[in-house]
Ligand binder design. Structure first.
Ligand code: PLP
Length: 408
């Protein structure tokens, strides 16, 4: 028998299937609210002006060549990434408790972390990874691929369209000691629902008392609120509490570097250890995993980010660009909620503005989602998630009316 004869057909990736359906749709009114990528007010991809500047600088730099980067990536990028996520004055950085490797964007960082945990974490007990329900669909695949068992903790409450905090805390409490708890640092995908700072404190305390291992996925720093420190608050709080933890950091959304695959994986050791030696051992093992997976990471996106992150003036301009993106999204949240409330669309719509980041969980059912696609040519995922960035001043009223029609 041939191997080719026993490989079954895999289901299509739902998001990419949705994109294909959108492209085929010939209606002039069609609206794409599927993919999580920023669009400007004309529904066009946006090259950040500061990225364009960094691009020009690199283009004119005679020192740039196409040699391999080191296994751990571009040092100017990984060290700036540590400061960005942990804060420039983080004791963890000063005490040499952070090991960082450049990765294939956020996905690669999650994968490297998953591999590392599979190989070294609490092996005798075959620990389970707990995800929020729902979570970014790829989490399930990435951790399953490295043979870590997965389970979920309650997160989204369909009644309030906000956080099911009690359910979340109870599940973290009931999980076997030393489980792995995956947390979205900010702008939770797909719900747009984040814990408050007080809730984060309780989550941290429960994770601590159960000796769990926190794994932060940070794909939207600065993109959520427009404020880099605010969006990193939860991570910095956990580090302050002395946790050993890891972080997957993506530059796809906050730099608009989607296709360049710039990201970073950080392992932060607890201050309770002889820090520098621990970090050294961990770094050596991560380097071996990285070598066998990708040898060394791609250079271009990391160079762009490093150019901006290491220059005060460009950094300030980047913050400005972040406020442009997050501000436009917040404006669209306001406009959508206002229009729905103005029309008296049945239901409550405060969740649209309470939620944050790229996505909103509208509360629309699968049936309603399919009807909107059929009748109004609006494309969103079946769980009722919309990419806020797909809305703009030209289509937000049209979308609100389409929602109104299927909800009534
Ligand atoms: N994690 C979450 C929660 C995400 O939403 C995303 C992107 O959608 C990623 C990670 C990683 O994306 P990328 O690999 O493009 O950085």
């Amino acid at each position: 028998a041939f191997l080719a004869d026993v490989v079954p057909m895999a289901p299509e990736d739902p998001l990419f299937g949705l994109m294909a359906a959108y492209r085929k749709d010939k209606s002039e009114k069609k609206v794409d609210l599927g993919i999580g990528a920023y669009r400007d007010n004309d529904a066009k991809p946006w090259v950040l002006p500061v990225v364009k500047k960094a691009d020009d600088i690199l283009h004119n730099d005679p020192e740039i060549n196409h040699e391999y980067l080191p296994i751990a990536g571009l040092q100017a990028f990984t060290s700036a990434s540590q400061k960005l996520v942990l804060g420039p004055d983080s004791p963890a950085i000063k005490e040499n408790r952070v090991c960082s490797l450049q990765t294939i964007s956020g996905t690669g960082a999650v994968h490297l972390g998953a591999l590392f945990l599979r190989k070294f974490y609490n092996k005798q007990n075959n620990p389970t990874v707990y995800f929020s329900s729902p979570t970014w669909a790829n989490h399930n695949q990435i951790f399953t691929n490295v043979n870590l068992p997965i389970k979920s903790y309650p997160y989204f409450s369909p009644t309030t369209k906000g956080l099911n905090f009690e359910g979340m805390i109870d599940a973290i409490e009931s999980a076997p000691e030393r489980s792995i708890i995956l947390l979205h640092a900010c702008a939770h995908n797909p719900t747009g629902v984040d814990p408050t700072q007080d809730q984060w404190k309780e989550i941290a305390s429960m994770i601590h008392s159960k000796n769990h291992f926190p794994f932060f996925d940070c794909a939207y720093q600065g993109f959520a609120s427009g404020d880099l420190s605010k969006d990193a608050w939860a991570i910095r709080y956990f580090v302050e509490q002395g946790f050993e933890l890891c972080i997957a950091q993506s530059y796809a959304k906050n730099f608009g570097l989607y296709g360049e695959r710039a990201g970073c994986f950080h392992f932060v050791t607890s201050p309770a250890h002889d820090a520098s030696h621990t970090a050294e051992r961990i770094r050596s093992q991560l380097a071996i995993l990285q070598r066998s997976e990708i040898s060394n990471p791609p250079a271009y996106g990391a160079r762009i980010a490093a150019t901006v992150l290491n220059d005060d003036e460009l950094f300030a301009e980047w913050e400005d660009n972040l406020r442009t993106m997050s501000g436009r999204i917040m404006d669209m949240r306001k406009a959508l909620r206002e229009k729905l409330e103005e029309m008296g669309t049945p239901g409550t719509w405060n969740h649209i503005t309470d939620q944050i980041g790229m996505f909103s969980f509208t509360g629309l059912s699968e049936k309603q989602v399919l009807r909107i696609r059929e009748e109004s040519h609006v494309y969103m995922t079946k769980n009722g998630r919309i990419s806020m960035a797909g809305l703009n001043t030209h289509n937000v009223d049209y979308f609100a009316k389409a929602v109104d029609k299927v909800v009534r």
